[in-house]
Design a protein around this ligand. Structure first.
Ligand SMILES: NC(=O)c1ccc[n+]([C@@H]2O[C@H](COP(=O)([O-])OP(=O)(O)OC[C@H]3O[C@@H](n4cnc5c(N)ncnc54)[C@H](OP(=O)(O)O)[C@@H]3O)[C@@H](O)[C@H]2O)c1
Length: 266
């Protein structure tokens, strides 16, 4: 542990990957600001962390830019600056496009995309005040290839990757590292809490990663930042094939997903 602890903000720290990340960071000596909407859950997580009194919970709904401004001001007043920003909060939407609802689509993009941009803008002065600042964007293996039944979610993660690529250059002058973490199937409440209006079957979670494994990758990125880290080699390959030979990618994807999807006609 260094003499001056690194200061981290983790959005979506009330469950799953965000909770595991907050725990891993606290164990590694960081001071952690935990963000989410459910303050009771945030406090449960904070109290369970090593050196619980050094960390702080902040209620914030990422769909509300005024809440983001207020919560970031509270982080600044408490921590002064940030070394690590983990933009993890987000949710899925398991539905064919014909089953989607406009209000839920807006809520998804407000959380997974607009919220990330609002948090980025609000966090910039704190990151500038930090020592060797790093940003980790919690993306998904579906960001580089659209998939049926999760079209809106995958599109939101594609947007997130684009944000990461642009921000990496916008913030290079400030020496802020921006890293994209493309996460594979991970066992968390994500699948139970996402809207699923037609009760489509979710993925088989046998063999899914643990949230703690993803949290280790966040720590690794903070120690040694890189533009993008894929947690599944197969999906990385699919993303590359998709650019070069989209019809082949369609066929591979339909075979991998099963579930009655069809290969598009030629
Ligand atoms: N699990 C996977 O297989 C998987 C795979 C690839 C990528 N990911 C990504 O990993 C991230 C974390 O997901 P997870 O699997 O850990 O799911 P999770 O356990 O459901 O956690 C989602 C977190 O996001 C927060 N959140 C959701 N909407 C919010 C809003 N409007 N404002 C503020 N916070 C909000 C939730 O907190 P509150 O409800 O308390 O607000 C919760 O802490 C997501 O971005 C997800 O897309 C997950």
């Amino acid at each position: 542990m260094s003499a001056t602890p690194r200061r981290a903000l983790v959005t979506g720290a009330s469950s799953g990957i965000g909770e595991a990340t907050a725990r891993a960071l606290a164990s590694a000596g960081y001071r952690v600001a935990l963000w989410a909407r459910r303050t009771d859950e945030l406090e449960r997580v904070r109290r369970s962390l090593e050196r619980a009194d050094e960390h702080r919970s902040f209620s914030c709904d990422l769909r509300d830019s005024a809440e983001i401004t207020r919560a970031m001001r509270e982080v600044r007043d408490t921590f002064g600056g940030l070394e690590l920003l983990v933009q993890n909060a987000g949710h899925g939407y398991l539905a064919k496009v014909e089953e989607t609802d406009s209000a839920q689509l807006r809520s998804l993009f407000e959380t997974n995309v607009v919220g990330v941009l609002d948090v980025s803008r609000a966090a910039l002065p704190l990151l500038r005040a930090g020592e060797r600042p790093v940003v980790v964007l919690m993306s998904s293996i579906v960001a580089r290839r659209g998939i049926p039944g999760q079209v809106a979610y995958a599109a939101s993660k594609a947007a997130l990757n684009s944000i990461g690529e642009g921000l990496r250059i916008e913030w290079a002058r400030d020496r802020i590292h921006v890293c994209i973490l493309d996460v594979g199937l991970t066992r968390t409440p994500f699948f139970a809490t996402q809207p699923n209006p037609a009760r489509l079957s979710g993925p088989n979670l046998d063999g899914a990663a643990r949230a703690e494994d993803v949290a280790s990758s966040v720590l690794a990125l903070d120690r040694s930042p890189r533009p993008e880290l894929y947690l599944s080699a197969k999906w990385r390959l699919l993303g590359i094939v998709n650019v070069l030979a989209p019809r082949l990618a369609d066929r591979l994807l339909v075979r991998k997903l099963g579930g009655g999807w069809s290969v598009p006609p030629r």
